[in-house]
Design a protein around this ligand. Structure first.
Ligand code: SF4
Length: 480
């Protein structure tokens, strides 16, 4: 199972950001470094493996809000481990109920690098006691350059983190200032160097393109520079103006790149990164083969995930729910419990099919036609024939035949299914699905094991393609 842990603290609010976070001062740095020196140990060495009751004891970090968050989070982890064991989510072969083991943990935010490494190590230890962390699990954290000091990089590595996603956003100080980032280009380069020196061999750099005042040339120059640093992964998102943010309020006067420039920024991003050996595996994500983010792939493949911390989202067995998006409200909520009311959503057949279409069409691997048939009882090609023909004619999409290699590396495939002999993604359900739509049996036979995928140019239109696929969905029952 995937575990997402939300860190609700940031040094300051970026001008484009609509995520939930609250300010945390600089005092945390000194406290974090001091604690780390005091512990300076690996996750496995944090203490003798006791039982899960050890979780939730918290400890001083120098910030009362952070301490309260960490203690409540540990308590949540412990109680959710117990609950999921009792509800039968664990391995079926075990004689006593056990929590599902964790194949991935992701600290997102907010700014997880504001958390002292010793505190983060304690949380991981709690997750190991409560669920069990698989050997070789991906343990990721997001980090911001200004709070990822060389000492902290060493501390996070010792605590058990093995993948870092560094929020660089731009390698240009004017652009960084324009969107209210509190770090500089030099901070980003120093943080990356510190991570490498600490021994991290799986580092991603996160960028935003289309910033106010950014030219196509400036974007390409930054990408070339980023690729030359040799990270394992790059995330490149187009700037979104979110309602209620300072940038949204100034939208009329912002010098944003026009639509054609934005399209060129997206296209050249793919070309430049491919030239440097990266493969696009999702609309906004590129990786060296085998270094795709397994946690995010798990989301896109529809795996169960538990999200804990303010505003975190969980999805399991056809239900999706969110934690309160406010630290005080989240702290006041009962621990280890499902939220109530509008924070919980039950996904009916239609919502599940829409979710599947939306997530899979974002990936380069595409939408497995067999799985669509299993979910809807229908044929994707027949349901979307005119749309597919138009997209194929323009080079915006294609049917990838069974047997043609996937864009996802073999070592990553184990997350969402099992690779067959030809390197295709085959989930257990899909491979055993009966054909329920006899009218198109010939075409289905030809496309069994095949996928429908947008090309890079087609991904630019993904929102409208997905909307049209929704419209073409048959009348599946919605959740009442
Ligand atoms: S650091 Fe990230 S989460 Fe925090 S305000 Fe900036 S964009 Fe938002």
């Amino acid at each position: 199972m995937l575990l997402y842990l939300h860190v609700p603290f940031c040094r300051a609010k970026c001008r484009y950001c609509a995520f939930y976070s609250r300010p945390l001062g600089r005092a945390d740095e000194a406290a974090g470094d001091a604690e780390e020196t005091a512990s300076g140990v690996s996750r496995k060495d944090v203490g003798p493996a006791g039982d899960a009751a050890e979780c939730g004891r918290g400890g001083p970090s120098g910030d009362a809000a952070l301490d309260a968050w960490a203690a409540a989070l540990e308590e949540d982890i412990r109680l959710w481990g117990k609950r999921l064991a009792e509800e039968g989510f664990g391995p079926a072969s075990d004689t006593r109920p056990r929590a599902p083991r964790l194949s991935s943990i992701f600290f997102g935010g907010g700014t997880p690098s504001l958390v002292p490494p010793a505190v983060l190590g304690r949380i991981l230890e709690c997750a190991d006691r409560s669920f069990g962390i698989e050997s070789g699990a991906e343990i990721s954290m997001e980090a911001n350059p200004e709070s990822m000091t060389p000492e902290k990089a060493k501390g996070f590595k010792a605590a058990g983190v093995n993948r870092v996603s560094l929020g660089v956003q731009a390698l240009d100080d004017d652009l960084l200032r324009a969107v209210g980032r509190v770090h500089s280009r030099a901070d980003a380069l120093r943080a990356f160097d510190g991570l490498r020196r600490a021994g991290f061999d799986n580092v991603g750099l996160d960028f935003i393109w289309g910033l106010p005042g950014e030219s196509l040339e400036a974007w390409c120059r930054q990408l070339e520079e980023a690729a030359a640093l040799g990270p394992e992964h790059l995330s490149c998102y187009g700037l979104m103006l979110e309602e209620g943010t300072p940038l949204w309020n100034e939208r009329e006067s912002l010098a944003l790149p026009d639509e054609a420039t934005q399209a060129a920024m997206y296209a050249q991003c793919g070309d430049i990164l491919e030239k440097h050996g990266y493969r696009q595996y999702e609309i906004s994500n590129y990786a060296r083969p085998g270094r795709e983010c397994r946690h995010n792939l798990g989301y896109w493949m529809g795996r169960d995930y538990l999200g804990l911390g303010p505003s975190a989202v969980s999805a399991m067995r056809g239900q999706r729910w969110s934690q309160p998006a406010d630290l005080a409200a989240w702290l006041a909520a009962p621990r280890g419990a499902m939220p109530e009311g509008e924070l919980v959503e039950t996904l009916g057949p239609r919502e599940q099919a829409e979710e599947f279409i939306m997530l899979r069409l974002r990936t380069a691997a595409g939408l497995p036609l067999d799985e669509y048939r299993r979910l809807t009882g229908r044929d994707f090609i027949a349901d979307n024939a005119p749309l597919i023909a138009a997209l194929e004619a323009e080079g915006l999409a294609r049917i990838i035949p069974a047997g043609e290699g996937s864009a996802i590396g073999a070592e990553v495939l184990a997350v969402g299914g099992t690779p067959d002999g030809a390197g295709r993604l085959v989930t257990e359900e899909a491979s055993s699905a009966p054909c329920a739509h006899a009218a198109h049996a010939d075409r289905i036979t030809q496309t069994s094991g095949a996928r429908f995928a947008l090309t890079r140019a087609g991904m630019l239109l993904s929102n409208s393609v997905i909307a049209e696929c929704f419209e073409n969905l048959p009348d599946l029952p919605e959740n009442e």
